[in-house]
Structures are given as C-alpha cells and as structure tokens.
Design a protein around this ligand. Structure first.
Ligand SMILES: [Zn+2]
Length: 553
C-alpha cells in the first residue's frame, strides 16, 4: 500500500524553510525520503536525472508539511463512519440527520454520532424526548463537537442504568428535570456512563479509522502529528500500520493517563515508550502522557480563577471543577517528569493552567531542570503572571486558533458565561508567541476542523473563517499571529512538542522530506487568504501522498 518514492525537484519559486539558515533558496531536492539539497537553481542542475520529477514552484509556495500538535486521527476516522451532526444548525436538522443515518444502518446495534453544538438546541439542552421517536429501537449516543457533552435517548439511558436517583459522577453532570429525572444530556465525565456501554471498535476498526484519518490529514497538507490521547488499543493500531509501511509520517503519541490507576502505571508508560520506539525504528515516539485537568468553557467545566457568570450576568458560585486536586496533579507530574516523560495537560481555564504550572514548578524543584517539553493544551485563559511562568518553565503552549475568533460560540456561549473582558482576553496567541516559549498549533480535530489553511486564517486575522465578510475580529490586534509565527507554530513548533524536530518540521538538508506545496503565496500576495491558496501536493517521507487533480508539473 505504501506509495513509491520518486526523486523530486521543486524549483523556480518561494520556499519557506522554517530552518535556522537564511540562505536564499528557490530549489529543493528530494532523494530517498530526505531533503538532499536546498539552494539556488543554478547550483543544483546536477539533481535532475532521467527519473526525476521536476515540479515548478512559480506562483506557488513550498513549506514544511504541516505538523498538527494536538489531533485525534483515530477518533476523527471513526467519526467519519458515524452520523455527522456538525452541519446541523437546529434541532430539526439534527433529527433529520439522525433519522437518515439510523435508516441507512438498520443493523448497527447503536446509533453513534457526533458534532452537535449546544447552540442548536432551545436552552442549550438536547433532550431524549426529541430523540426517542427517531430512534425508538436501540440506544443512540450523540457526542457534542467539543466532546464534553452527549445527547442520548431513553434506550441509552436505560442501557447505562441512569435514573432519577443516579448521582452525578465527579467532574460530570446528568441534566435533569424538576423531579430529578434525566433529560437526555450528559456533561463532562457523565458522558462515559453511556459511552462505556457502547460497542467498542475492534482492532481492525481502529486501523481502518487511522488510515481514514491519515488520508484526511494528508489531503489537507498535514504530514505528521501528535495524537493527543492514545490508549493501548490505539497504540497497537499505530504500531501495526507503521510496521506495514502504511504510516509514512513522523508521529508522536501522547499516551492517555488512566485515572482509575495511580502512579504505579508510570512504569508501564515507560515500557510502552521503549516498545513503540523499538517496534517502529523510532518513527513513532511516545514521549508524552496526556492528562486532563478540566473540561471546556462552553460547558462551564473549564476550571477558572474567577467564577462563571449566571444568566443575569452576575458572578455565580461556579468556577468549574479541577479534575485532579492540585496535590494529586503534582504527584502525577512529578512522577512523570522523574522518568523524563512529558506531561501533555488539557487545561482550558486559567485555574487549570495555574495548577499545572504549580505542579511543574515542584517537579523542577525535585527532579532538577531539564528539557522536559511539558505542554499545556488549549490554554484558553492564562493569567498575566502565569504567562511569565510558562516561559520560565520551558512549557510548550499548544493552542487552537480556530477557537480564537468572534464566532457564534464566542458570542452566544462564551461571552455570557465569562463576561466581555474575559472573553476578549481569551487565546492570547500573540503574547504567547512573543514571550520566547515554544508555541505549537494543534487543530484538535475532530473537535474542530483539521484544515491548516482555515486555522492559519483564524490565527493571523482572528476572524471567523465561516463568518460573513466584514465581521469583527476577536481580541486585540497584538494577539494576532504574524504569518511567520503561525507557520513556525504549525511546523517546527509542533514537531518540537512531540520530540520530532530533529527529523521533521523544517526544510533542512538531511531532514525527512515532509513538505506541502500551496497553489498561491499568501505571505507575498496582498489580500490573499490562506484558505484561497489550496493544497496542491503533500509529500511525506519523500512519497507523494496527496496531489490535487490536474497538477501536471
Ligand atoms: Zn484533544
């Protein structure tokens, strides 16, 4: 299945290398999967042999392939085979899609779907009562786009044994009516009450999902990534595809922390790290461990320093739960750091960020300073004082610029919950980029689009890529990323976060030939958006893994 390698020469245009040397180059030579040479065309005529494919860069832009610092390709690939609700704007549209999927899959034991947002439902709460007439015969589990909520029918509530007297789990909530009866919406950790009952994908399902996810990423110009939550079964899918040569890119695996176990699992994680590296000749690296310290802002489960606002715009008592107490988080991070494992912590709220920094400070004190590449993912709100600490501790900030725009979610959910000032201060991308810390962009697909061009537009303009022309940008001008900053965070910065920057993430001689060619150059063409540029070709490990139709040279 692996695509064959052909010697490639890209010449006659602009090359953004992301590398340290600033020597001008209009030609890049690929041989045997590596970047063999980079320089002016007159010096590189030797590189064109009889089998060489020469690709013209005129009017185009050659970049390192995008590297996604936080993505879930298996979940994305699984979602591609399920009921997709991401386009549904209201309840009626959701029900049409669910009904059609159920009718098309009469033998599926469960109706599984994802992608809805609370904005589609009256009061922000989807109900089992609406779903039951459409799926009366089997359980239905529909996960929200941010994965922090689930909409379920009566059969699913029954399968999970959720009744009026079922207590809310720690870190989760069962939405209830006046008499305590479950309404059919689960938040945070309560999603797993039903999720754990749904049929598990088989090993073959996972491998096929990963291949689907990979093909989707390749078509978007993404060559490598960090999978931000890898269980043992996911790891097996990665390793078996890598060994069969069907996973050409460099991939970092952030192994999921098992919250049902304690720090004795660290030795298992250490063993998995070496097993993955040995089995794949170092192509896959499992240096990180994924932890979650809070949920999401829009479900009011992100852990905040100051409380959320209530429906009248006054401070409520709700500040969002920390998924680990600060003491426990500290013990876990100290134990991981001691074994030179990087913590990749989901922290959306400013309190979750602070608790993570507190834990990392203790780890440094006890274990000594080192290049730990611990990462904080999402970092929607970061207190000013904590930005300095991020930098001082050498933490990687892993950000999702697609969320950093003035879209319906920001206007109808976040601003009412946080107030205008806090909402406006969300996603301080420019401050993070300019405070000398490692900035890495991750899409968090399938939570959000995996399309780097859309995400680059959001990062550099802070405008809603799906909004009307003339809409207003989010935040202050200084919090937009400059094109160079955004590209660096989406290539080298992301590769750095996964301990892969020595092999990929920049166009330098000897690095893996992981590159993407765009049909235009937004960095030099006034008024051109990134999403106007189009991915013409993606090369991974010297193999053309994606090519736009009709591209001759
Ligand atoms: Zn994620």
């Amino acid at each position: 299945m692996a695509v064959e390698r052909v010697p490639l020469v890209f010449t006659g245009g602009r090359i953004w290398t992301g590398g340290r040397t600033r020597r001008p180059a209009d030609t890049l030579v690929v041989r045997d999967g590596r970047i063999a040479a980079l320089g002016p065309s007159e010096d590189l005529a030797w590189a064109v042999g009889p089998r060489t494919r020469v690709v013209s860069l005129r009017g185009r832009l050659l970049l390192p392939a995008f590297h996604d610092a936080h993505v879930h390709p298996i979940a994305g690939g699984l979602a591609m085979g399920r009921c997709d609700l991401s386009g549904a704007r209201d309840l009626a549209a959701c029900l049409v899609l669910v009904g059609a999927w159920a009718a098309a899959h009469p033998d599926a034991p469960w109706v599984l779907g994802e992608g809805w947002t609370t904005a589609a439902f009256p009061g922000g709460i989807p109900r089992a009562g609406d779903l039951d007439p459409v799926v009366p015969d089997r359980p239905a589990l529909l996960v929200s786009a941010d994965r922090q909520g689930a909409w379920v029918n009566a059969a699913a509530l029954g399968a999970a044994g959720i009744r009026s007297d079922t207590p809310d789990p720690v870190g989760g909530r069962i939405e209830r009516g006046a008499g305590g009866e479950p309404l059919g919406m689960l938040r945070g950790r309560a999603v797993a009450l039903v999720g754990d009952r749904a049929p598990r994908p088989t090993a073959t399902d996972l491998e096929q999902a990963l291949l689907r996810g990979q093909a989707h990423l390749h078509a978007l110009g993404v060559g490598g990534w960090q999978d931000a939550s890898v269980g043992v079964a996911d790891e097996a899918a990665y390793v078996s595809l890598a060994r069969r040569g069907e996973l050409p890119g460099h991939v970092a695996l952030a192994m999921s922390w098992d919250e049902r176990r304690w720090t004795e699992q660290v030795s298992d994680l250490v063993e998995r790290r070496s097993r993955v590296a040995e089995a794949t000749g170092g192509r896959l690296r499992a240096e990180a461990v994924k932890l979650a310290q809070d949920g999401s802002m829009e479900t009011a489960t992100a852990a905040l320093v100051e409380p959320y606002l209530d429906a009248r715009g006054r401070h409520s008592r709700e500040r969002g739960e920390s998924l680990q107490t600060p003491d426990i988080l500290r013990e876990i991070i100290v134990a991981l750091d001691r074994e030179q494992l990087s913590a990749h912590v989901h922290a959306a709220g400013d309190r979750a960020v602070r608790e993570t920094l507190d834990a990392l400070t203790v780890a440094r004190k006890l274990n000594g300073p080192r290049d730990g590449r611990h990462a904080i993912s999402h970092a929607g709100l970061v207190a000013h004082g904590d930005r300095v600490r991020l930098q001082a501790l050498g933490v990687v900030a892993c950000v999702q610029p697609r969320w950093a725009v003035d879209d319906a979610r920001m206007r109808t959910q976040l601003r009412p919950l946080l107030g205008s000032d806090r909402a406006a201060a969300m996603h301080p991308l420019g401050s993070l980029a300019r405070s000398h810390l490692a900035l890495a962009i991750g899409s968090d697909w399938p939570v959000t689009t995996a399309d780097p061009l859309t995400i680059l537009d959001a990062a550099t303009t802070r405008l809603d890529p799906d909004g009307p022309r003339g809409a207003r940008p989010h935040g202050s001008v200084s919090e937009r990323l400059k094109p160079d900053e955004a590209l660096r965070a989406y290539t080298r910065g992301a590769a750095f976060a996964g301990w892969l920057d020595d092999v990929t993430g920049s166009l330098e001689v000897g690095r893996s030939a992981d590159l993407v060619m765009l049909g235009g150059d937004p960095t030099t063409t006034p008024g051109m958006r990134w999403s106007d540029a189009r991915v013409l070709m993606t090369v991974v490990d010297g193999r053309v893994v994606h090519e736009a139709p009709g591209l001759e040279a």
